[in-house]
Design a protein around this ligand. Structure first.
Ligand SMILES: Nc1nc2c(c(=O)[nH]1)N[C@H]1C(S)=C(S)[C@@H](COP(=O)(O)O)O[C@H]1N2
Ligand SMILES: [Mo]
Length: 322
């Protein structure tokens, strides 16, 4: 497989052997270690020791402007209460069944309507971007939510480096297909590999994040290592994990949940408390960690990010485009 190197001005072919593995690269980022991470972010180590599957410490700065003030969920909840059907459908399955999954080395194929396409090492995709921590609310369509401090890079900045053409109206993402390491893929629960997509302006929105870490460390396998999407104003299922392909397309791409249940899940998947799921209400949500008997809290339009994203959907009927 020929793997390209993405530079600021274009790409040059290189041999796979030249590629630094993701873990080596991410370790290199950790030059300053915990002391600085704590100094810079005011957070850092207090959370880290409680993570189940400990990744490498990351060097990052906290993006306060794009973070919410709510206290993050317990790391144990974030890393053991997961949806990642490739490892099973129970919430506890991804943390239990993802031990064999190898997130390194990792390459991402970039394809479609862009001037620069090819197969790129994860390191090359990440390299020029500074890692940021952003505390986002995650709202699952199953009517529960969490507050999670992701570490990543803005998706839009990454996409721009591939020089999308004027035909690039959408961006499609694909999860790795690896049934030998992902036991859930041996069952036809969903059509594999998992796919998702965004309209190009949604992808370019400053809130869209390509996450490589959580709680200041590289992503645990159950949270989508080594690279996943986060779109906080949409239901969690848009935030596709373990991405191996990014494709610029002219037409709206297929998405896994829409393929599996088209009357229940649309392409947009914006959090909208007024549009019920056909089988349950979306008006309220349970905050994971608030206790089984805690009352549900009202769900906010666009998951609380209305001010930031409402302009993307002006003139659209959001009851129709669910
Ligand atoms: N590849 C893949 N990505 C996925 C899923 C999945 O099953 N497979 N589940 C989605 C759903 S429904 C949710 S709510 C979030 C959960 O992310 P978390 O487990 O990191 O909290 O991941 C999303 N991304
Ligand atoms: Mo979800």
């Amino acid at each position: 497989m020929l793997i390209k190197r993405l530079g600021p001005g274009g790409s040059a072919d290189i041999q796979p052997s030249e590629i630094t593995s993701e873990s080596v690269y991410l370790n290199r980022r950790c030059l300053l270690q915990a002391a600085l991470a704590t100094a810079v972010t005011g957070l850092g180590t207090a959370w880290a020791p409680r993570i189940r599957a400990e990744g490498a410490k990351l060097e990052f700065t906290r993006n306060d402007k794009l973070s919410i003030g709510d206290p993050p969920n317990d790391p144990v909840d974030v890393t053991t209460y997961n949806n990642f059907y490739e490892f099973g459908i129970d919430k506890s399955a991804p943390s239990k069944n993802s031990g064999k999954f190898k997130p390194s080395p990792w390459t991402v194929a970039v394809a479609g309507e862009a001037e620069i396409t090819g197969q790129f090492g994860l390191e090359d995709i990440l390299k020029p971007h500074a890692l940021e921590e952003r505390v986002y609310r995650l709202r699952c369509v199953e009517a529960w939510s969490m507050v999670i401090p992701w570490v990543g890079i803005p998706l839009g900045a990454v996409l721009k480096r591939f020089k999308p053409t004027s035909n690039a109206k959408y961006v499609a993402f694909k999860t790795v297909l690896r049934p030998s390491e992902m036991p859930g893929q041996r069952f036809p629960v969903l059509e594999w590999p998992y796919v998702e997509g965004l309209r190009i302006d949604e992808a370019m929105h400053p809130l869209s994040l390509l996450a490589v870490g959580v709680f200041g460390r590289t992503l645990p396998t159950q949270n989508g290592a080594p690279l996943r999407l986060i779109t906080p104003w949409k239901y969690g299922f848009k935030s596709i994990k373990s991405i191996v392909e990014i494709r610029f397309t002219e037409r709206e791409p297929p998405t896994s949940w829409n393929i599996s249940a088209p009357h229940e899940y649309g392409f947009y998947a914006n959090v909208n408390p007024k549009v019920d799921h056909p089988r349950w209400s979306q008006a309220r949500e349970r905050r994971i960690g608030s206790g089984l008997f805690a009352s549900k809290v009202p769900t906010l339009l666009f998951n609380g990010y209305e001010k930031e994203v409402a302009h993307l959907y002006r003139g659209m009927n959001l009851a129709k485009h669910y």
